[in-house]
Design a protein around this ligand. Structure first.
Ligand SMILES: [Zn+2]
Length: 359
């Protein structure tokens, strides 16, 4: 998979090739975004570029790409057939009487590669279950898969380049899997890269997320627009959200009831989609603070307030991030189901305020 074959992800592709060219490859990364938007395809293209022996750089690429793999060298050819020996794929499987009672990703490597080729690497989890005939759709990344992964990552590489493990739908890893790979995420072998590809980070353990570098992949919005859930937000509106977030968090920290209830009244007047978009933004801002504080990943959101920029992220830690994310999830769920907006927003505010004290 070359970056040029992934539609609409030029910005991310350019960030990724730049990271590789500058030698700042982080050994554990989280590609977060829908498979249909190309999150898995980008992970494969990333491995291909990383291992390409004749990387191409462009001044005037028609799609605006700054660089891409050559598509011709032996490593590229193997990647394109999904046969690169040091690229290892892990994915959810489910037990099915007709297929296997004790499934694991290793049994379905051929079927999975066939599925990826057939669906141009943008097939969904349901497409995958359908492809290999799983009747039970509660697939997981299992204990056996984690054992395989640890064993493979600790073996010598076959090729000269990087050894890459790609875990598709990483939110489907069970707890045992997560615990077994923690060490690999923390103390990786040299020239080893683990890419977790996930669609929903709220279903992942914060101990896993905090050990990865986040690469956020969205559905393609037009220039000057950003997507939150189903809502497309103009750049100017996002700046407005940023100011609202800063003011809200300050009220919550001091628990200033008077200004908080004014804020809730104003917010409750908005349409539900607008409330939802703001809360998705706020959840993302909070998660970015955590990642900055915990792993040093720079934020994409600028609060436009030096004092807040310097002091607030430190308040989001391993001790409160899960509580904060679940508070946002609960409020979003309630808003989607037409719950009373003022009560939902007030409850959310109290829960956040409580979490902020738990840092
Ligand atoms: Zn190449």
């Amino acid at each position: 998979m070359q970056f040029k074959d992934i539609i609409g992800q030029t910005v991310i592709a350019n960030q990724l090739t730049e990271i590789i060219d500058s030698g700042r490859v982080s050994h554990a990364q989280l590609f977060l975004g829908p498979t249909s938007a190309g999150s898995l395809a980008l992970a494969v293209a990333y491995s291909q570029y990383l291992n390409c022996s004749h990387r191409l750089h462009f001044d005037n690429h028609p799609d605006g790409l700054r660089a891409d793999s050559c598509g011709q060298c032996p490593s590229c050819k193997k990647h394109q057939e999904l046969q690169y020996t040091d690229m290892h794929l892990f994915f959810p499987t489910s037990s099915s009487p007709m297929v296997s009672k004790n499934p694991s990703a290793s049994q379905y490597q051929g079927a999975f590669r066939e599925f990826l080729q057939e669906h141009s690497q943008i097939g969904t989890l349901d497409d995958w279950y359908h492809h290999y005939g799983a009747e039970n759709k509660q697939g997981q990344l299992r204990d056996e898969d984690a054992n395989d992964m640890v064993r493979i990552l600790n073996m010598k590489p076959y090729e000269d380049g990087y050894k890459v493990a790609i875990l598709w739908m990483a939110e489907k890893m069970n707890i045992t899997f997560a615990n077994k790979i923690l060490k690999e995420l923390e103390e990786p072998q040299p020239r080893t890269l683990i890419i977790l590809v996930a669609e929903d980070s709220s279903k992942m353990l914060s101990t896993i997320i905090s050990r990865t570098q986040l690469v956020k992949i969205g559905h393609v919005a037009k220039s000057g627009e950003i997507r939150y859930g189903d809502v497309v937000v103009r750049k100017a509106d996002r700046d407005n959200y940023t100011q609202q977030y800063v003011a809200w968090m300050r009220q919550l920290f001091k628990l200033n009831m008077l200004s908080l209830s004014t804020w809730v009244d104003e917010m409750a007047k908005l349409y539900r989609d607008q409330q939802k978009a703001f809360l998705l933004f706020a959840q993302e801002a909070t998660r970015e603070c955590f990642l900055l504080n915990n792993t040093g990943v720079p934020m994409t959101i600028d609060f436009g307030d030096a004092k807040f920029n310097n002091s607030f992220p430190a308040m989001i830690t391993e001790r409160n991030i899960e509580g904060l994310c679940s508070a946002f999830d609960k409020a979003l769920f309630a808003i989607e189901r037409n719950a009373h907006a003022k009560i939902t927003l007030m409850e959310l505010s109290f829960r956040i305020s409580k979490c902020l004290k738990k840092r």
